[in-house]
Design a protein around this ligand. Structure first.
Ligand code: NAG
Length: 256
């Protein structure tokens, strides 16, 4: 599904003061300010497809388990989902695999976006190649300011209705939970302990990147979750914090 994005018009009244607690979903959107890339550079990236269209990103955790966002898997049945792995293009190439089952984090809350993480079990296992590889989960969070890279097939501007067919990526800087919740940025107390942020001027993940990988130090540190607009000044992209949610992922991967 979609990165949950607050429309700028919806927050216009809030910019001077209170920010609404509720987050509005917006139709499919891609990486803003990014570059074309190849799946061999991001071999853990998958396209989660719903009824034949790209809906979200995800990351390969093992040959049969994908990590994605819980908001991607609301009101959906496993039989309507497929995963494309091993292609730079969401709509062709690589391998297209059925979904056997999925599990959303039991503590996911769509009004606060806490615990926005889920696991998917594939119907058949992925064979690892130079284009299909698993990525490890972060054990601890990278330092504030560390380089991180997000990839996906999401929209290239906030509110756009078309997505690119070729995988995009952008380099960002990690913004720690405490920094992201500080007065330096606009979110304040909406940033909870299951969230980590990443920011760069004019660059961001966007709708359609949801569920996809934020990688730093060659491990998965975040899952694309939400934000106010995309690449909007002082509003970093917000990600599910993989280091914090890791115990849930490890356990859910064994039971899904
Ligand atoms: C992004 O960061 C990677 C790793 O440092 C680097 O190889 C790549 O050139 C960077 N891309 C851009 C567009 O700056």
């Amino acid at each position: 599904m979609l990165k949950f994005v607050i429309l700028l018009s919806a927050v216009a009244c809030a910019l001077g003061g209170t920010i609404p607690e509720g987050l509005l979903p917006q139709l499919d959107g891609r990486i803003v300010g990014g570059y074309d890339t190849s799946i061999t550079t991001f071999p853990w990236q998958i396209s989660l497809q719903r009824n034949g269209g790209h809906s979200c990103g995800g990351s390969i955790y093992s040959s049969y388990i994908i990590v994605t966002a819980a908001h991607c898997l609301q009101s959906v049945s496993a039989s309507s989902l497929k995963v494309r792995a091993g292609s730079s293009y969401w709509n062709s190439g690589g391998t297209l695999v059925n979904v056997a089952a999925f599990r959303n984090h039991e503590g996911y809350n769509p009004s606060t976006m806490v615990n926005d993480i889920a696991v998917i079990r594939l119907s058949s296992s992925l064979g690892f190649t130079s284009s299909i590889k698993a990525i490890g989960l972060a054990n601890y969070n990278p330092a504030n300011g560390a380089l991180a890279t997000v990839s996906g097939w999401g929209t290239q501007s906030s509110g756009s209705s078309s997505i690119p067919s070729q995988l995009q990526y952008v380099n960002l800087s990690i913004v720690s939970q405490s920094q992201c919740a500080s007065a330096t940025y606009g979110y304040g107390s909406q940033i909870k302990s299951t969230m980590i942020c990443a920011y760069a001027n004019g660059k961001d993940s966007c709708q359609g990147d949801s569920g996809g990988p934020l990688v730093s130090g060659a491990v998965l540190v975040g899952v694309v979750s939400w934000g106010y607009g995309c690449a909007y000044p002082n509003y970093p992209g917000v990600y599910a914090d993989v280091a914090v949610l890791r115990p849930w992922v490890v356990s859910a991967a064994n039971s899904v």
